[in-house]
Design a protein around this ligand. Structure first.
Ligand SMILES: Cc1cc2nc3c(=O)[nH]c(=O)nc-3n(C[C@H](O)[C@H](O)[C@H](O)COP(=O)(O)OP(=O)(O)OC[C@H]3O[C@@H](n4cnc5c(N)ncnc54)[C@H](O)[C@@H]3O)c2cc1C
Length: 452
């Protein structure tokens, strides 16, 4: 049987790995912490502008969220505050495979949000009304149009929101290809190279301190994904962030019923470059209660209330593991980032079983397509489910890019471009207005946008 293309790579040779006898550069113009799509896209745009940029990744490129996601590149359903950035990102995705000289599996195959009842239908219609002023091709589909789109004579849905220009790309390929592109443009990229902390003098950043030595720089971007709150907390900088686990699987190559992606509350599917499907539960994320859950409970309350059907709160040993984690450490000794090189949560077996049942019920043409790989992924979110792309006022030279929630892969290229603008002082002020870190502390009302 053709088993398709693995999403989570087996432990294998890593061409970026910091090797024995290697020495880090003594200095750079800008340092980036984290080799997810945000870090590598930022490195790519900075290197192309001729900046001396160094990126340090504790594990491997795209080892965490950026290699484990569903691979949806969608504008549809986005919070209107981040929609313009996503539309920009779509423009960048269109040119990336050619620009990088690698096939990253990007295709504009369309995105469907399937409505099971009138409440869901009017939710999607409402989003569409709000997005009308944007240059988008989103529209509602009737059942007749839907049966054509899904090659199914009797769809069980009463309508759908559809954006033909939405797309997909392969998470296992995109960030690594961007990292190689950044390297060709002059960026220095090191994996197996955790940043333990910063050297700070006279209230300013002076160097990043890694497990392999220090690199002098006065400008740093922390794009550490689910670790950002911990990293920043160790510097006395509060970044409200919580984690949740998603369970994902892929099928073997199977009948083509769509070329893009489709979502309903029980199951979400995305056509893959290997002709299988990436499958997930439409509304199930597990949040293991941790000290941070209580620390940030008030800030996250609006989002938790909104997503109460989708977030499953779990109490267990994870609480004590998180409690035992140090919040500060000596930079001369191994840090929490070296102790857990790659966040690799197990997929939830019960969720996998529900996904299997829901896939068969929703898309009977895929009933015989076996799941050939499954994995867990740790999603991180900010309280309003919008990214944080921000300079940190309390520490000149230090910047944060995190909080992308379940939709940072698609927006990644444009977010990286905007981070490059931010780090070089070229970002138009209003482009960052909704993404300031300070919004969580200056009395701005926390209004979570849609998560799906
Ligand atoms: C199951 C799942 C499904 C998703 N589906 C989609 C989707 O379909 N579409 C979409 O747009 N988005 C999706 N997302 C969200 C998307 O994957 C993320 O928003 C995006 O990948 C975040 O990228 P990042 O670079 O910020 O973080 P990450 O990819 O998590 O990268 C951060 C990196 O920083 C490294 N790091 C942390 N601390 C340190 C340190 N001290 N030193 C060195 N390195 C460090 C980590 O090892 C990690 O590799 C999904 C996410 C998950 C988990």
């Amino acid at each position: 049987m053709n088993a398709g293309e693995r999403q989570i790579p087996l432990a294998a040779g890593d061409s970026f790995a910091f090797g024995a006898g290697q020495v880090l550069p003594a200095s750079c113009d800008l340092a980036i912490i984290g080799g997810g799509i945000i870090g590598v896209a930022t490195a790519y745009f900075l290197a192309r502008r001729g900046m001396r940029v160094v990126l340090c990744e504790k594990g491997r490129i795209a080892g965490e969220q950026s290699g484990r996601n569903w691979g949806w590149v969608r504008q549809q359903g986005r919070d209107l505050r981040e929609l313009p950035l996503m539309i920009r990102s779509m423009g960048l995705w269109r040119g990336l495979s050619a620009e990088l000289g690698e096939d990253i599996g990007f295709t504009q195959g369309g995105c469907l949000y399937l409505a099971e009842n009138e409440t869901e239908l009017s939710y999607y219609e409402n989003w569409l009304r709000g997005a009308r002023s944007q240059p988008l091709d989103s529209r509602m589909l009737s059942t007749a149009e839907l049966s054509q789109a899904l090659c199914s004579p009797l769809p069980r849905w009463i309508g759908a929101l559809y954006t033909a220009s939405d797309g997909r790309a392969e998470p296992s390929r995109a960030a690594p290809a961007l990292a190689r592109g950044a390297q060709r443009a002059g960026a220095q990229i090191y994996t197996a190279c955790a940043v333990r902390g910063l050297d700070i003098a006279a209230g300013r950043v002076r160097a990043v301190v890694t497990e392999h030595g220090s690199i002098a720089t006065d400008t740093v971007l922390c794009a550490a994904g689910a670790w950002t709150s911990l990293f920043c907390g160790s510097l006395g900088i509060d970044v409200p962030q919580l984690r949740a686990r998603g369970t994902v699987a892929r099928t073997a190559p199977a009948q083509k019923i769509l070329n893009g992606a489709a979502y309903c509350s029980s199951v979400a599917i995305r056509r893959r470059a290997d002709e299988g499907y990436t499958v997930a539960h439409g509304s199930r994320f597990d949040h293991s209660l941790a000290p941070a859950s209580f620390r940030y409970a008030l800030k996250f309350w609006p989002a938790l209330k909104q997503e109460q059907g989708a977030i499953r709160l779990c109490a267990g040993w994870d609480f004590f593991t998180a409690l035992a984690q140090p919040r500060r450490w000596d930079l001369a000794s191994p840090s929490p980032f070296e102790r857990e090189r790659v966040l690799d949560p197990a997929p939830d077996e019960g969720t996998l079983a529900e996904m299997r049942t829901a896939l068969t019920a929703a898309f009977p043409q895929l009933a015989a397509a076996p799941f050939v790989e499954s994995w867990g992924g740790t999603i991180e979110s900010s309280p309003d489910v919008l990214p944080i792309l921000s300079a940190v006022d309390a520490l000149p030279g230090f910047h944060v890019a995190t909080g992308f929630s379940g939709h940072g892969f698609g927006i990644g290229p444009a977010a990286g471009e905007l981070c490059a603008d931010l780090l070089t002082g070229q970002a138009p002020a209003d482009s960052l207005q909704h993404f300031r870190l300070a919004r969580f502390f200056d009395g701005t009302p926390i209004r979570p946008g849609p998560t799906i």
